[in-house]
Write a protein that binds this ligand. Structure first.
Ligand code: FAD
Length: 655
């Protein structure tokens, strides 16, 4: 149930700022740099784990800002939001607080790949995140720009291995020291903004880039490989100037599905939700793009952009002659603006106006803020351990867009994971592990640290080998207990709720399994179900629930005494039943992978002299990526089954 009352945003900011000016210590367990989606989750998670934490960010008022699209979730991304929530993170509850249009995408496919998504009110989202941070014990927030990372010289006993000791701010104040530092600078690292032929330094419109001192520390002092990526955002349109009658109305789900396992409803009532609208580009749009290419320097640069949310320029050039979807989405409950998803562009503002007016509902549209592009440095993430710690620098963790990902959800998931591990390190606990067999967060982290990125990385359900087990509906069962007892980032309240849900589901499944009778008897009880006539076998209620046209409600109406106490879980029980055969099949494969995953590869191995049969190419790959587990080695490009078997034998029998 969503009962929280938030203080108005201005009073939150005042309180936070006052705390900032009264910074009571110059040493913290964890310092998080950046108050975006990665940074806020990292700071909150580190504090939940028990670390004294400081979040330093350029502007307090932009904490929790949605730099681009006002939406959360989607296919694959919704899974990440659910998992962050199951580990007591912020973004799921913030989405329920700020959502103004909820829909579950991919409904025509199985529930394992449903994509929970919501259109958000930007201001409400920021309000929620800021209020949460304010009320998190052990967490302080400081407005300031981090100029430099303080790094100790490598220890002679560990050549090439540095240790982070703190940060220095741009305002010249005393350095602040910490055991762990989490860098989450988003698109701000050496950021440049592009509109038309002009470019200027910036991390996002209205915000300065991160200082060059930070890039220098990462690149020159720590010797990290750094690459360049780009992204862009569409112009924001004045709603009154758009003729929505010429676009196709796309209503939200009648009953919103909350992101958070702690909420049974969203703040926005079903009837208060706002619709989205769908329209299409015309040949005129392609003409304007082609005519103005020489005026558009962002599109001519080498940095790679996000393949799955490309600019309109890239779409038109890649698929000439096609008409492309444009979603017209609300920016907030009371906002005067519309967000045209699909029209990210970087041409000069007058050309942007010409272009949008080629789309029928936008014939008279006015632009409030022009679209622009941003290019930024990212750190090649194969230089990180599975805890998201830089391998050659103890105590330095990286999360979010700085690791070459794109999207709020990917950033939030990494932030939470880096925050947990940064806190564990500061509190002298060993790094935590999250396998790709148990979570999408595990898939994300493993993909980044073992494969790296060649373009902005976003999550898809196809990246998860065990997607029938890693469903959005069961993220709490998969992760909340682990979060409470192994990671230490889950509160008692959430833990109690997860225990209640798990016990109820176990009892309901036991009750369904105890209801056994012949298929003939089931047919008599539930006339009309499409069970094969010629088979007479004994089936349990759980078996029956696998059938497409059998619902838990139907079974509960026949056996109200034993099943009606579980009506609250009817959908979850149906999904469990549908996926039971897949999961039974997966179990042994998951076990095998987990034992491989868990086999650590010693970090002092000299792969070039290892006395086993490995090709020179494989030795180079292993030396370059230095996987920490056999599972991670398996997924390196260029590894062969024979090489893995030889490596396994070497570690298993000689170490
Ligand atoms: P951010 O949300 O960028 O947060 C970084 C934070 O770090 C900011 O608060 C900043 O003030 C702070 N900071 C930076 N340097 C310092 C410093 N030295 N000291 C203190 N604080 C610092 N994503 C998509 O999925 N699709 C898109 O189409 C898309 N388009 C985008 C277009 C633009 C123009 C921009 C700017 C971003 C776009 N994104 C898009 C990316 C999306 O905003 C990010 O994926 C997400 O915000 C990343 O979260 P983050 O926490 O890593 O970084």
């Amino acid at each position: 149930m969503l009962t929280k009352k938030l203080p108005p945003v201005h009073s939150v900011l005042l309180l936070v700022s006052r705390r900032a000016s009264q910074l009571s210590r110059q040493r913290y367990d964890v310092i998080v740099v950046g108050g975006g989606h990665a940074g806020t989750e990292a700071a909150a998670a580190a504090a939940r784990v028990g670390a004294e934490t400081l979040l330093v960010t350029q502007k307090i008022q932009t904490i929790g800002a949605l730099s681009c699209n006002p939406s959360l979730g989607g296919v694959g991304k919704g899974h990440l939001v659910r998992e962050v929530d199951a580990l007591d993170g912020l973004c799921g509850r913030a989405g329920d607080w700020a959502g103004i249009n909820f829909s579950v995408l991919n409904r025509s496919k199985g529930p394992a790949v449903w994509g929970l998504r919501a259109q958000l009110d930007r201001q409400r989202y920021r309000e929620f995140i800021q209020a949460e941070l304010l009320s998190t014990p052990r967490l302080k927030v400081l407005e300031g720009s981090v100029e430099e990372l303080l790094v100790s010289d490598p220890n002679p006993a560990e050549p090439g291995r540095h240790r982070v000791t703190g940060i220095r701010l741009a305002n010249g104040s005393q350095p602040i020291s910490a055991s762990s530092v989490v860098l989450t600078t988003g698109t701000f690292l050496s950021g440049s903004l592009f509109v038309g032929r002009t470019s200027s330094p910036g991390g996002r419109i209205g915000d300065a880039p991160s200082s060059s001192g930070l890039t220098q520390t990462l690149r020159d002092q720590l010797g990290l490989r750094v690459g360049r990526l780009r992204t862009g955002t569409p112009p924001r349109l004045l709603k009154d100037s758009v003729d929505l009658s010429l676009a196709k109305l796309h209503p939200p789900d009648r009953q919103p599905t909350p992101f958070s396992f702690m909420n049974t409803q969203t703040r926005c009532k079903p009837e208060e939700q706002l619709p989205c609208y769908l329209t299409y580009t015309t040949p005129g749009v392609e003409r304007v793009v082609r005519e103005s290419l020489h005026l558009n320097c962002h599109i001519q640069q080498d940095a790679k952009g996000p393949r799955y949310c490309p600019s309109i320029e890239s779409r038109v050039l890649r698929f000439p002659g096609r008409s492309h979807q444009v979603w017209l989405e609300p920016e907030g409950l009371t906002s005067d603006l519309l967000y045209p998803q699909g029209l990210s562009m970087t041409m000069p503002p007058d050309v942007q106006l010409r272009l949008i007016r080629e789309i029928p509902p936008l014939h008279r549209a006015e632009i409030h803020t022009p679209g622009y592009g941003v290019q930024y440095d990212y750190v090649c993430p194969t230089q990180l351990s599975p805890a998201l710690q830089v391998k050659n620098t103890q105590g330095l963790f990286l999360a979010g867009q700085i690791n070459g990902t794109t999207g709020y959800e990917e950033a939030a998931a990494q932030g939470l994971w880096a925050g947990v591990n940064a806190a564990r390190r500061a509190l002298s606990q060993p790094p935590a592990a999250l396998s790709r067999t148990e979570s999408y967060i595990g898939v994300l982290v493993d993909d980044l640290v073992s494969r790296g990125v060649t373009e902005p990385y976003r999550m898809f359900t196809s990246r998860a080998e065990f997607r029938t087990s890693l469903r959005p509906d069961n993220a709490d069962l998969r992760l909340t207990m682990k979060g409470r007892f192994e990671l230490g980032c889950v509160s008692a309240v959430r833990h109690h709720e997860a225990v209640r849900v798990r016990c109820s589901l176990q009892n309901a499944i036991a009750a369904l399994q105890a209801l056994t009778m012949s298929s003939t008897s089931w047919r008599k009880k539930l006339p009309g179900i499409s069970m094969s006539e010629n088979k007479n076998q004994t089936l349990s209620g759980m078996d029956l629930l696998e059938y497409k046209d059998v619902s838990f409600e139907m079974l509960a109406s026949v056996f109200p005494e034993c099943l009606s106490p579980y009506m609250e879980f009817s959908q979850r029980l149906k999904i469990e039943a549908v996926y039971k055969p897949h999961n039974d099949q997966n179990r042994s494969e998951i076990k095998r992978i987990q034992s491989e995953e868990n086999m650590s590869l010693p970090q002092d191995i000299d792969y070039f002299t290892l006395p086993v049969s490995l090709s020179q190419e494989v030795r180079e790959i292993l030396d370059r990526f230095r996987p920490t587990t056999l599972g991670a080695a398996t997924r390196l490009q260029g590894m062969t089954p024979a090489a893995i078997a030889n490596l396994f034998n070497y570690v298993h029998f000689t170490r």
